[in-house]
Design a protein. Sequence first.
Length: 114
Amino acid sequence: MISIKNFTSIGNAGHGMFVGNGVDVDIDGFFAKDNGGDGLHFAAARAVQELKLPNEEALREVLLQLQSANSEEAKTNAITQWFSSHGATLGVGAINTLATLSSNPLVIQWLSSK
């Protein structure tokens, strides 16, 4: 079992986005980061799995669209439109989580590192 130690929450409460010393693990299935950086890849894969996206590139595509949205309504519309064009629908919780992820500093770092 992976332990959580020396962490600071940097994400939306309840969705377990942590960064700190040692191995960090998300609580609710969306984002994690170890201080070697490999956690970003793990977290992206986990988000892909949880949101039933076809691959990590699809997650990047959704999050990049969200970054260009200039309001909460625009973000919700962008997410809903992207998923419906791929034959899927999302609940409000997943929409809110994606919107939060798109503005998370670790996510922005991950998106810009590709």
